[in-house]
Design a protein around this ligand. Structure first.
Ligand SMILES: Cc1cc2nc3c(=O)[nH]c(=O)nc-3n(C[C@H](O)[C@H](O)[C@H](O)COP(=O)(O)OP(=O)(O)OC[C@H]3O[C@@H](n4cnc5c(N)ncnc54)[C@H](O)[C@@H]3O)c2cc1C
Length: 384
């Protein structure tokens, strides 16, 4: 039976809940807002399936052979504008839907306070899955649903962060020719509780209900992260230097404990394709950068290569050295460092007003403030 004694050894993928034949595992939120399995021991028959599918109980393994690596941009600029990187995910998903397949990905909930996996069968639902949601998504019973669809002979594209792809593969426990797995490179997943607190604070301050969120607004360009929030009257679109949630995320205060020791970064990928941002492309191939979003694509399997070929007329792409792509994207194979203030951060989230949290953990440092005004460059020139 699955027993989480150390939180850093559970990524909340929900494979154990999905595989349990007695339905005696539920996922319950802890004080930081992350989901962990809870077993109803009175109903458990000790079948051991939950431990078999646990990502954290797999042995570490050497990396796979080098995948083919591409920089790519969707030709449709309006698609790139609403995607996080180069808009490749929507093109891949669109192909699968066009031939009657199904796409599983992550959508925001109605009240914009959480996100969860959603099964999409029609192209007009695809925008719900588009764009990164920077909080941990609830998998629910999606792995069971994927299996039902595959057994019914449907084609399925499943997309998520690497531990969710690993979990699906462990849950299925066999290969299906009609399954395509697309993983996104993952920096780590922020706390849903922090996000809810942020949304509450904005709604309180503006006396408005939030109706839409874009975690990767490109108003100030792709390279400057931006978070756009829309209500009935409120329209806020802030870049990293103005948005405290983005800063708390990228300063790593609010990540799931397991993300600081990501198991999936030490296992061979279970995906057919890996997508990410092609950071550093402006140095390595400036023609492939217009600051509106360039995707990194890693092709891992025959099925991945075939699907990518199907969208080649809709993208501008260039083969790139794998090592060069990795050099500017440490999240591919390195876990984010755990800040020493992390535990204090969550104690404070529970005890001090959110405005104080912003001042303490989300404010610009004096150096960042100087950089914004341009004074930093001047001072650097004057001082040795
Ligand atoms: C939490 C998180 C951290 C990331 N960190 C990095 C990073 O450090 N470096 C990097 O290069 N890329 C990172 N990415 C990936 C990047 O932001 C883009 O998602 C990816 O490049 C695909 O972009 P796109 O333009 O092709 O499509 P988009 O339409 O922007 O991508 C949407 C895809 O992301 C999936 N998705 C969205 N939110 C979640 C979520 N919360 N959990 C699981 N899947 C989700 C959707 O299901 C869909 O497949 C991260 C993504 C997420 C969700």
């Amino acid at each position: 039976m699955i027993q989480i004694t150390e939180k850093q050894n559970c990524c909340g993928c929900g494979a154990c809940r999905n595989v349990c034949p007695r339905d005696c595992i539920t996922m319950a939120e802890d004080g930081e807002g992350f989901l962990y399995p809870q077993v109803d021991v009175s109903r458990c028959v000790e079948c051991g399936l939950c431990s078999r599918v646990c990502v954290y109980q797999r042995e570490e393994a050497p990396p796979q052979e080098e995948p083919a690596c591409y920089a790519a941009m969707a030709k449709d600029d309006s698609l790139r504008a609403v995607s996080s990187s180069g808009g490749v995910f929507s093109l891949l998903a669109g192909r699968v839907l066009a031939r009657g397949g199904l796409v599983y990905g992550v959508a925001m909930g109605e009240n914009m306070r959480s996100c969860a996996f959603l099964r999409v069968s029609e192209a007009d639902e695809l925008p719900k899955l588009r764009g990164s949601k920077y909080l941990q998504a609830d998998v629910g019973e999606s792995y069971r649903a994927v299996k039902r669809d595959l057994e019914a002979g449907k084609q399925v594209l499943f997309s998520g962060v690497p531990c969710q792809i690993d979990a699906l593969k462990l849950f299925l426990n066999r290969d299906y020719e009609k399954l395509l797995c697309v993983e996104v490179i993952c920096h780590g997943v922020p706390s849903p509780l922090l996000w809810r607190s942020y949304v509450d604070e904005i709604e309180r301050k503006h006396q408005d209900k939030i109706q839409a969120v874009r975690f990767r607004s490109k108003k100030s360009g792709w390279r400057k992260f931006g978070l756009a929030i829309d209500g009935t009257r409120l329209h806020q679109d802030q870049s990293l230097s103005d948005d405290p949630f983005l800063r708390m995320f990228l300063r790593n205060y609010c990540l799931r404990p397991s993300c600081y020791h990501c198991r999936s970064k030490k296992l061979p990928s279970g995906a057919d394709l890996t997508l990410g941002d092609f950071w550093g492309i402006w140095n390595s191939d400036p023609e492939m950068d217009d600051d509106r979003g360039t995707s990194l694509i890693l092709v891992r399997t025959r099925r991945g290569a075939e699907l990518l070929r199907e969208i080649e007329d809709s993208i501008v792409s260039r083969r790139m050295p794998f090592a060069l792509a990795l050099a500017s994207n440490s999240a591919y194979d390195k876990s984010a460092p755990r800040p020493k203030e992390r535990d204090r951060f969550f104690t404070d989230l529970d005890t001090i007003p959110f405005g104080e949290m912003i001042k303490k953990y989300g404010a610009l440092s004096p150096k960042e403030r100087l950089k914004r005004t341009g004074l930093y460059k001047v001072i650097k020139k004057i001082l040795p």
